[in-house]
Every structure is written in structure tokens, then in C-alpha cells.
Design a protein around this ligand. Structure first.
Ligand code: ADP
Ligand code: MG
Ligand code: ZN
Length: 629
């Protein structure tokens, strides 16, 4: 059951409890007379306690004196049918009771007590529930399906600012421009500057994408409309599109403001997938509506659309076009420093014992995202409270970490020490190769923080300029960098792992292109073995296949050449890394400790290692090797 439905059910339960409570109250109404038995009534009459009585067909109501002090109280009793009324009247006269008779009409009273009040209460409760629900979903009436289930955050109450978001400095920097635009739209309007309409936040779950989006609204002090992709399409075909329309109408009325679409991948999956189900059409309608709304409005209106996804690979490219989500911001899991900062933010709310060292906790939680760290702090506080402590100490944190790791999803993400080392050596292998070869792009960042599924670490390179033409040497160096990870594993551990699969795939494709397309193999010659690119209609879909236009003999030669190029470069990298084994080892240690090394840091580290060991003039060695070829 999802969160929403559970909440609705909860309200229903509350409602039922309220009804039961009110009914019981009504039964014990303070103005209602005390109900006494007939025998009790007779006894009281005998004792002279009855002051007044009104006799009707079925009951006797009246006033009696009770207790020692003789306070007067209303009473009512049910008459026994056909009881001796004469005798009763005699008795009353005898005791001086003031009595009268009355023809009973209970219709209105019965109607009131047994129908109107209960129904009134029910209606009231329903109204309350619906009011709450419709306030939560932002619409006016709960029964209008076309209304988008937008969550609007109260600006003053739930305000989130950048202070609540730890780390993510690059993302914050990029979003500052948007905040400034939302604050002073006129400034931008006057000068004619175009502000992006849509910004896509991409990153694994729990890394603070939603939090960041809210913080942007908080910083700019504008309304924040939030809706999740899955909420667009819940019930009927056509509802999603209507909701999109409604959402944009609401937003335009409140501009400047932020519209946040969470889990946008649920509506913006690649279209025309293989599985054709009823949901596909609905999704496409919704997506088309979203795209046309985005294309349709003027960015100067001051509506900025933020969206988040943790599955960028499934997104339809149509949403990334200019004028739509043309800006993307990557949000990664935090490194050790980032984790410490996030812990700090969340620890503000709890009392810490002096022995708590957030740095140590950060070191103990590799692979944790912000959400899990928040969870650790909370679990630790719960544990401390249960044990009756007044402060959360280190022991609580240790236990909390174990507990959070126990949560299913994290288990796969928390690598063993051995695995982390393999990943680190592999990544440093790429980076070291890149910086030792003169034609490779400089290293931008190395990290051993797991990213998506299947990616355990990463080395990013940034080209210094846009390249349209690459030379053979540049391509070979590129190939070498791709192979650097695997080579480092072999040099360091004398053993290889599965971690290089993707690298090998890319390297093989690159080598094949060199031989087939670029004519860079001497044995094949400067031929472009132009594959014929043929479009074929395959099961209703165009597939762009290739057809070889050369003989089997050439094909064998091509295969051999591809293999030779890959192997030769692999050997070259291995030699290079063997000569720099020292640097490989030392940088790996630093990377394991810091988890992320920026390009600058990496180069400085390498330079200082070089300083220590002057005789390691490896680029020259690489040159020499190339000369041998
Ligand atoms: P996402 O949308 O990326 O899945 P959320 O923004 O919903 O992640 O994050 C869930 C929770 O994790 C947040 O409410 C916050 O408590 C915590 N959190 C995540 N990242 C951070 C961060 N960078 N700083 C502080 N808290 C964070
Ligand atoms: Mg989220
Ligand atoms: Zn690799």
C-alpha cells in the first residue's frame, strides 16, 4: 500500500472513532434524565423522594430528590405496560407528588436522536476528511479527477533553504541563477535574457533531489508545486493529460513559482517500447501534454520547472531538447566529506554525547546517501532514548549504522574493503594512464563512490577543447586509458576482475572503428570498409543494421587487426603502470581514504610523488616505446 492510500485509510479510522465517541457522548448526555428502574421508582416514591411526575403512555418522567442533601434531579423510568395506574395515582396523592398526564408524541425526539444527529455527525466527519484530502491534493473538490494532485508547500511553515542541504555545492551553484531570476524576474526581462524553462536533477535515490528543489523555492521565496510522475496517471486514460493542463494553469496563476515533477521517468520513458499495454497510450498522452505545455509557455512568465529522476537512461530524448529540460544537474552520492556535512545538518536536531565524532561515522558509512544518513541519526536517537540516555553516544551510532545497513537496499551497495580496493586500483589505473600519456584528456575527477547500478567507481576526463578530428596517436591513447583500469588490476593484484567489462567493450568498438572506418591499420590499409547502413523494417520498427561489403578474408584480417591493436595497447599500459607502481599504490591509498579526488588534487599528488622520485620520467618511456613500433 502506498503512503497516500494508507493516510486516507487512517483518516477513515479517525472518522469512525470520532463517530463512536460522539455517539457515546450523546448517550451520556448531561441534560438527559437519570434512567431508573420501575422498582427503584416505586421505592423512591414510597420513601417520599419523588417531587414531580409526568405520566405518559410508556414512561414516567419527573423530578426526584436524591442524596442526603436532597438535590433535585430529573429522572425517567419505563412504565410496565398495563400496570395499575389507579394505585399509582393514589400513592402519589398520598405522598404529595405533583403529577400530571401527557399524551406522548415521540416522533420528533426519535427522529432527532436516532436519525438526524448520527447522520449530521457522519456528514461532518466526511466533510472534514474530504476537506483535508482536497487540501493535500491542492484541488477544490475531491471528485474532480482532472485536477492535478499537487502538493503546495506552505511557504512560511515548511520552508527549506540551502542551509538544510549539505554539500552538493556544484548543484547549488548552478541553481543560484534560477533563484536570482525568480527573485528579480524584471531584471532578466528588461535585458531580454532567456532563463532555462526546465532543469533536470539526475541522481540516485535519497541523494537530496527533492530537498534541493524545495530549497530552491525556499531560497527564492516562491510557491512550490510538487507532483510525482506516477500521480499523473492513476485511474483513467486522459486523466494524466488533464492533470498536466490543470497543473500548469495553477502554476501560471501563481507565478513566479516552481513546479517540481518528481520521478519524471514514469511519464517520460522512451516511447514506442516493445511492451504495448493500455498504460502506454495514457503515458504518451500525458507526456505529449507536458511537452506541449512546456513549449507553449513563455519562460518570462516566471514558472520554472524542476524535475528529478534516478533513471536518466530510460528518458525519452524529446524532453531534453532545447526549451524543455535543457539543463541537467548531476547529483551524486556524497563522499566522506559530504557525508560528514550531511550528518552535521541532521545532528543539529539531537543532543550528542562528547564522544561522538561525525568524521568517524562518515568513514563508517561509504555508499550511504543523504536519506540513509538522516536515517542513521534518527535511529541512533531512538536507540538512545529507548535506553533512557540523555544524549546520543557513539555506541548508539554504531548500532544505528548496522541497522540501516541491514535495510535491504543498502546491503548490495556497501562494498567489502577488498572490493573497494579493487575498484580504487582500477580507477587510479585509468587516471594514471590518462595523465601519463600526452595525448589523453586531463583527469577531471576520480571517485570510488558507487553510482548507478553496475557502476562502482568512475574516472572522468574533460577534453580541453572540442574535438572534431582525432589523430591516430590520440585514439591509441584513448584506447590505452580505457584499458588502464584492467591493466592496473593485473599489475597490482596479478589477477583481473569483472569490473572492466564496460571498458573492454568500448575499447573493442574503438579499435574496430580504427580499422574499419578510419583506415588506421597498416595491414588493412587506408580503406574505409564502409558498412552499408541499411534501414530495414523489422517487426514494425525500423532498425538500422549494417551490412558488410567485403570478403570473408578481409573480415578475418580485420578481426586480427582489431585484436592486435587492443593487445598492443594493453601491453603498453601495463608496462607504463608497472613502471609507476609506486604512484599507483600511493594514489590508491589516498583515493580510498577520500573517496573522491578532483583533477587538481590528483595532479598535485602525482607531482609531489614525482618530486620524491625524480627518476620516474615515464612519459619519455612511453614515447620511446612508441618509437619501437
Ligand atoms: P531524493 O529526492 O534524491 O530521492 P530526498 O530529497 O527525498 O532524496 O532526500 C531524502 C532525505 O534525505 C531528505 O529529506 C533529507 O533528510 C536527507 N538528505 C538527502 N540529501 C541530503 C543533503 N545533501 N543534506 C541534508 N539532508 C539530505
Ligand atoms: Mg525524491
Ligand atoms: Zn574502468
Amino acid at each position: 500500500m502506498d503512503e497516500k492510500r494508507r493516510k486516507t485509510l487512517l483518516y477513515l479510522v479517525y472518522g469512525a472513532i470520532a463517530v463512536a465517541f460522539l455517539l457515546s457522548l450523546q448517550l451520556a448526555h448531561p441534560f438527559r434524565p437519570a434512567e431508573i428502574s420501575y422498582s427503584d421508582f416505586l421505592a423512591r416514591l414510597e420513601a417520599g423522594e419523588v417531587v414531580k411526575a409526568v405520566i405518559t403512555e410508556s414512561r414516567i418522567e419527573g423530578v426526584m430528590r436524591t442524596g442526603d442533601d436532597g438535590t433535585e434531579r430529573n429522572f425517567v423510568t419505563t412504565r410496565i405496560p398495563n400496570s395499575d395506574i389507579e394505585g399509582l395515582i393514589q400513592k402519589m396523592e398520598e405522598k404529595g407528588v405533583q403529577f400530571s398526564g401527557k399524551v406522548e408524541n415521540t416522533f420528533w425526539r426519535d427522529l432527532l436522536y436516532s436519525w438526524l444527529i448520527p447522520i449530521g455527525i457522519l456528514v461532518l466527519v466526511w466533510l472534514l476528511i474530504f476537506r483535508r484530502l482536497s487540501r493535500r491534493v491542492g484541488g477544490s473538490s475531491p471528485l474532480s479527477f482532472g485536477q492535478s494532485k499537487v502538493k503546495i508547500y506552505d511557504r512560511s511553515k515548511d520552508r527549506v533553504t540551502f542551509d538544510d542541504v549539505a554539500g552538493l555545492d556544484e548543484a547549488k551553484e548552478e541553481l543560484k541563477e534560477i533563484i536570482d531570476f525568480l527573485r528579480h524576474p524584471d531584471k532578466y526581462r528588461k535585458i531580454g535574457a532567456r532563463i532555462p524553462k526546465g532543469v533536470l536533477l539526475v541522481g540516485p535515490p535519497g541523494t537530496g533531489k527533492t530537498l534541493l528543489a524545495r530549497a530552491v523555492a525556499g531560497e527564492a521565496d516562491v510557491p512550490f508545486f510538487s507532483i510525482s510522475g506516477s500521480q499523473f496517471m492513476e485511474m483513467f486514460v486522459g486523466v494524466g493529460a488533464a492533470r498536466v493542463r490543470d497543473l500548469f494553469e495553477q502554476a501560471k496563476a501563481k507565478a513566479p513559482c516552481i513546479v517540481f515533477i518528481d520521478e519524471i521517468d514514469t511519464i517520460a520513458k522512451v516511447r514506442g517500447g516493445i511492451i504495448a499495454s493500455g498504460g502506454v497510450e495514457e503515458r504518451e498522452q500525458t507526456l505529449n501534454q507536458l511537452l506541449s505545455e512546456m513549449d507553449g509557455f513563455d519562460p518570462q512568465t516566471g514558472v520554472i520547472i524542476l524535475a528529478a529522476t534516478n533513471r536518466p537512461e530510460v528518458l525519452d530524448k524529446a524532453i531534453l531538447r532545447p526549451g524543455r529540460f535543457d539543463r541537467q544537474i548531476m547529483i551524486d552520492r556524497p563522499d566522506i566529506k559530504g557525508r560528514e556535512e550531511i550528518l552535521k545538518v541532521h545532528a543539529r536536531r539531537v543532543k550528542l554525547a562528547p564522544d561522538v565524532d561525525l568524521k568517524v561515522i562518515a568513514a563508517r558509512t561509504p555508499g550511504f546517501a543523504g536519506a540513509e544518513l538522516a536515517n542513521v541519526v534518527n535511529e541512533a536517537a531512538l536507540l538512545a532514548a529507548r535506553k533512557g540516555k540523555s544524549r546520543v553516544d557513539m555506541e548508539d551510532f554504531e548500532q544505528a549504522i548496522d541497522r540501516v545497513i541491514g535495510g535491504l537496499e543498502l546491503k548490495s551497495r556497501v562494498m567489502s574493503e577488498k572490493e573497494r580496493r579493487v575498484v580504487a586500483v582500477h580507477e587510479v589505473g585509468h587516471a594514471l594512464t590518462a595523465s601519463l600519456l600526452e595525448n589523453a584528456d586531463p583527469v577531471h575527477r576520480i571517485t570510488v563512490i558507487p553510482r548507478g547500478i553496475g557502476s562502482l567507481g568512475m574516472t572522468m576526463q574533460l577534453p580541453e577543447e572540442d574535438r572534431y578530428i582525432l589523430t591516430r596517436r590520440e585514439l591509441e591513447d584513448r584506447l590505452a586509458v580505457l584499458l588502464g583500469g584492467r591493466a592496473a588490476e593485473e599489475v597490482f593484484f596479478g589477477e583481473v576482475s569483472t569490473g572492466a567489462q564496460n571498458d573492454l567493450e568500448k575499447a573493442t568498438i574503438l579499435a574496430r572503428k580504427m580499422v574499419e572506418d578510419y583506415g588506421m591499420s597498416d595491414r588493412v590499409g587506408p580503406l574505409s570498409l564502409g558498412w552499408e547502413r541499411a534501414a530495414r523494417l523489422l517487426m514494425g520498427e525500423y532498425s538500422y543494421g549494417k551490412e558488410a561489403n567485403y570478403s570473408e578474408a578481409t573480415a578475418q584480417l580485420v578481426d586480427a587487426e582489431v585484436k592486435r591493436i587492443v593487445l598492443e595497447n594493453y601491453e603498453r599500459v601495463k608496462k607504463l603502470l608497472q613502471e609507476n607502481r609506486d604512484a599507483l599504490e600511493r594514489i590508491t591509498e589516498v583515493l580510498l581514504e577520500k573517496e573522491t579526488l578532483e583533477g587538481e588534487e590528483f595532479r598535485r599528488l602525482l607531482a609531489s610523488l614525482r618530486e620524491e622520485k625524480r627518476d620516474l620520467e615515464t612519459p619519455a618511456a612511453a614515447e620511446q616505446w612508441r618509437g619501437d613500433q
